[in-house]
Design a protein around this ligand. Structure first.
Ligand SMILES: *[C@@H]1O[C@H](CO)[C@@H](O)[C@H](O)[C@H]1NC(C)=O
Ligand SMILES: *[C@@H]1O[C@H](CO)[C@@H](O)[C@H](O)[C@H]1NC(C)=O
Ligand SMILES: *[C@@H]1O[C@H](CO)[C@@H](O)[C@H](O)[C@H]1NC(C)=O
Length: 279
């Protein structure tokens, strides 16, 4: 306690009620009862002062801590699987040679390459058990899977599979003859297709910014060129893709399973068209 809070008897007794501030500095009148009142009041004031002082200390400590430490927002539990469940590996990406990712991009357009992309996108349609979904998604709704059960799963897609869908579309973009039987000019004139590419580009941009990958990329000198040349290989913390893909596969369905049923149009086929024409 500061010395300023120690009462000193310098003034003559006052009968008027004092406010808290002045009572901290003045002694109470001399009568016995008054002395008793006074000591109760002093105790209360001392307690209040102690509480205020403690709160002040807590506040200053909090400010000091926040200066050097920012609390991390906890990962949204709405992630599926939960972030704490995810398996990671330290991997070297950007390796030259015949890797499976290199083949997916550079392989000549063919049914084999299309199958490889199809396998990658296979668990696009994912189902989350209703209890798990409702426990973490607050009031955000989604479509329910029409599996005939009392409490059907929710239909979702994991962001990574939407990103893969976008990357596949960009692969198509690079080969318009094969994928759309179109020339570059015809493709550029297709407003709907271009709108989809822009949507995908925006989606990937948001993911890149969101994930903010800070793994280091190096440079080297080329004896024949002035500018430093960037290297592709980088050591990164990556999700264990085999694990994640397996995890999602075990919780996904195919459109061929016809598990989607529109409230008005009824059950949908693999092309998301009504199986029956509505009456
Ligand atoms: C969800 O909706 C209910 C009822 O509309 C509301 O009381 C509750 O606050 C909402 N919860 C959240 C997390 O938004
Ligand atoms: C591709 O387009 C050309 C010209 O528009 C057309 O003649 C041809 O039949 C198309 N090929 C296929 C496989 O659709
Ligand atoms: C995922 O892994 C489990 C355990 O290894 C296996 O039983 C299951 O068949 C795998 N799922 C798929 C879709 O490969």
């Amino acid at each position: 306690m500061s010395a300023a809070y120690i009462p000193v008897s310098t003034h003559s007794p006052r009968d008027s009620e004092e406010d808290a501030a002045s009572s901290l500095l003045e002694e109470k009148p001399v009568s016995h009862r008054r002395r008793w009142c006074s000591s109760v009041r002093w105790s209360m004031l001392a307690t209040i002062s102690l509480v205020v002082y403690s709160l002040g200390i807590c506040w200053v400590t909090k400010l000091a801590l926040l200066g050097s430490y920012r609390p991390q927002p906890s990962a949204p539990a709405s992630s599926f699987p939960h972030p704490d469940e995810k398996e990671y590996v330290i991997a070297e990406t950007g390796q030259h040679g015949d890797t499976w990712t290199h083949r997916l991009v550079h392989g000549r357009s063919s049914p084999e390459i299309d199958d490889a992309w199809y396998d990658l996108l296979k668990p696009f349609n994912t189902r989350v058990p209703a209890e798990r979904y409702e426990a973490t998604m607050n009031n955000r709704t989604s479509v329910r899977v029409a599996d005939g059960s009392d409490n059907p799963d929710y239909y979702v897609t994991l962001t990574v599979y939407h990103e893969l869908h976008c990357l596949m579309r960009f692969r198509w973009f690079l080969d318009p003859k094969y994928y759309a039987n179109k020339t570059w000019e015809e493709q550029a004139a297709d407003k709907a297709a271009m709108g989809h590419y822009r949507h995908c580009l925006w989606s990937l941009l948001e993911s890149v910014l969101c994930n903010g990958d800070t793994s280091i990329r190096t440079f080297h000198w080329d004896p024949h060129m002035a500018a430093p040349k960037p290297d592709s290989p980088a050591e990164r913390k990556c999700v264990n893709w085999d694990w994640l893909h397996n995890w999602t596969m075990d919780r996904s369905f195919l459109l061929q399973d016809r598990l989607l049923s529109h409230p008005t149009f009824g059950r949908l086929n693999e092309n998301l068209m009504p199986v029956r024409v509505p009456h």
